[in-house]
Write a protein that binds this ligand. Structure first.
Ligand SMILES: NC(=[NH2+])NCCC[C@H](N)C(=O)O
Length: 616
């Protein structure tokens, strides 16, 4: 398909950038026999229907991405973060995690505005760094989303156990998986509309939680239960005390703080940041819609630029407010490194339950009765819709991977769509790992934590590798542009007019690369500490599982990369090979005029209007 010509490009440059298809054939094409050309034509005709439908409007795209980014982590795991780092440590951790997302999204937003192709997340490393890196990113992104689908499904199923009923865990997992499969299988437009509704439900939930937290701080409720606070021997204040060791006693005292002082605090905040990453991940999902977006060149860069603002903004405000309302030494706020419980409290370790949420703890302390049950229902929906997005992402990633595959059988099975342009085979295969959610079912109504934890860590570790790869791809992309600056000047007017040009680059790329690498490398340090420094009193098996979960994703990523590189002898892309930047394949037909990606030229008002139109 001939790429669409953006408006406002001078004619002589247009000829270079968007040559007619014939001129794009390279010399090897001359040698093609007419037989193979005929085969191509036949296969083109046969597989014409195997493409995705371009039906997603901007609000669908942001719905899918928002719904995928805001799952259950913030509502539930935030308690672990507050427990470890105190309210202040939690905010610092959220700022760091937000910074990683901000940096990465700035890089991919610019690349996608120049190259709005199908499967952009794997295309960028493939085109600008190394084919093997693109492959590793594709496979690991697929796997990571399958794993996050498992984690989110288990969480949703465990939340159903809050109400006393006959709704057993196996039944809950089964019904959730069924719902997720059918929502994905019923066509992209319906799916997009559903996710748009879920996005608004989640926004309302976040706003409501903030309002309730402000009200409680102002004295709402039938009175704060101060009895819990009085049990603690350390007065918590707001900042972290230090890094806690594992302990199983019934009260907390200073001996249980393994590393005191500034070092301990820094380590506590670092561990919080690793945990917070799970909550912030998912903003990049906007790019996965590239194959189904109606106007990818216009909508994707804008959505990628603004995508992080809503979740990050809400998360920061809400964590600040909830931190003011809970005592971070409250035994009901759980983290595996702080596991003491007064005998009177039910042990909640490992159980995803509304009772672990810091918001619910604050609400219960304030004596508001009916809200926990209502919030539980909201959390089930939130987790389920994020699992829904995870299946959407994994199926589309697998579909694009299959279409790019060198093996005909894979192209003709997983790379196909049904008559409604839904990649059913890819959806089904990506759904299968979801059955691992049944692992969480120990017995009727009993639950255990390990699968949630392991799959969640696997997802985080893998996505951190992908974020690092996107930053490297951006650095190469920028170098490539500098190399070909006579054809396309990143600082020139034409570029600024037609594409999104992120300010302060390559600073964001370096920052994203540095933070994601550090987070990946040191994500398992607490487990190593448990194993090495405090061998007594620590459950070694737990620590080993923790360690494996932290590093399995990155290890798999590097293995896949090296294996592909070794098998296909791929080379790093030289700058000269980056002609692809200006000859993007598969740029879709867009049904509106112009690219409209660059709002910075529209001035403050234009940008604000753009932002509002995106929020819808
Ligand atoms: N669609 C996904 N893969 N979502 C996984 C991201 C998890 C999400 N950030 C959460 O806090 O629950």
């Amino acid at each position: 398909m001939a790429p669409r010509r953006p408006s406002k490009i001078p004619d002589h440059i247009e000829m270079i950038m968007y040559p007619v298809p014939e001129t794009r054939q390279d010399s090897s094409a001359d040698n093609e026999t007419s037989a193979s050309k005929l085969a191509d034509t036949v296969s083109d005709t046969l597989f014409k229907k195997d493409s995705l439908d371009r039906k997603l409007e901007r609000h669908h795209i942001t719905g899918i991405a928002f719904s995928g980014a805001v799952g259950i982590g913030f509502f539930e795991i935030s308690s672990e973060i507050i427990a470890l780092g105190g309210p202040v440590g939690a905010i610092i951790a959220y700022i760091f995690a937000g910074l990683v997302i901000l940096s990465v999204l700035r890089c991919i937003a610019e690349m996608v505005s120049v190259r709005p192709v199908k499967g952009p997340l794997m295309d960028f490393p493939h085109t600008f760094v190394d084919e093997a890196l693109g492959f590793a990113v594709g496979i690991m992104y697929w796997l990571a989303n399958c794993m996050s689908c498992v984690t989110l499904t288990i969480s949703a199923a465990m939340f159903t156990q809050y109400w006393p009923s006959d709704f057993s865990m196996p039944l809950a997992v089964f019904m959730l998986l069924l719902a997720i499969f059918f929502m994905n299988a019923c066509g992209v437009q319906l799916y997009g509309n559903m996710e748009w509704v879920f996005k608004w439900m989640k926004i309302l939930l976040l706003v409501a939680l903030c309002i309730v937290m402000i009200a409680i701080k102002a004295g709402a409720g039938s009175g704060r239960d101060r009895r819990v606070d009085s049990k603690f021997e350390i007065s918590p204040g707001y900042s972290p005390t230090g890094f806690f060791a594992k302990a199983g006693t019934s009260s907390v005292d200073r001996d249980q703080v393994a590393i005191l002082g500034t070092g301990g605090r820094i380590l506590a905040v670092w561990t919080c940041t690793t945990l917070a990453m799970f909550q912030f991940m998912g903003g990049e999902i906007v790019l996965v819609t590239a194959g189904e977006a109606k106007r990818p060149r216009r909508d994707l860069p804008t959505a990628a630029r603004y995508m992080y603002l809503l979740p990050v903004g809400f998360y920061l405000v809400a964590i600040l407010l909830v931190g003011l309302n809970v005592n971070y030494l409250d035994p009901r706020i759980y983290h595996s490194h702080i596991s003491w419980y007064p005998e009177s409290e039910p042990r909640l370790d490992g159980i995803a339950t509304v009772l672990r949420s810091p918001f619910v703890i604050a609400i219960k302390n304030a004596g508001i009765k009916f809200l926990p049950g209502f919030l539980d229902a909201c959390f089930i929906i939130s987790a389920m819709t994020a699992a829904n997005s995870a299946l959407y992402v994994s199926s589309r990633t697998l579909f694009v991977l299959a279409q790019r595959s060198k093996h005909d059988l894979i192209v003709r099975t997983l790379g196909r769509t049904n008559n409604g342009h839904t990649p059913l085979a890819a959806i089904f295969v990506s759904f299968l790992p979801g059955l691992l959610a049944f692992l969480a079912v120990k017995s009727q109504n009993a639950t255990f934590q390990e699968p949630i934890h392991v799959f969640g860590r696997l997802y985080t570790g893998s996505v951190l590798c992908i974020y690092g790869s996107e930053c490297i791809a951006f650095l190469r992309f920028k170098k490539g542009l500098a190399f070909y600056h006579r054809i396309m000047d990143r600082d020139g007017k034409m570029y600024k007019l037609n594409y999104y040009r992120a300010h302060w680059q390559p600073l964001w790329a370096y920052l994203g690369l540095l933070l994601s690498s550090l987070l990946m490398i040191f994500s398992g340090w607490a487990a190593i500490y448990d194993l090495v420094a405090r061998s007594d009193g620590v459950n070694r098996r737990d620590a080993i599982v923790d360690l494996v979960a932290a590093y399995l994703g990155p290890a798999l990523f590097f293995c896949i990369y090296l294996l592909y590189k070794w098998r296909y002898k791929t080379q790093f892309r030289g700058l000269v090979d980056m002609r692809d930047v200006w000859f993007p394949a598969n740029v879709p037909d867009e049904d509106d005029e112009g690219t409209g990606t660059n709002n910075s030229l529209k001035g403050g008002k234009g940008r604000f209007r753009e932002f509002l139109s995106w929020i819808r």
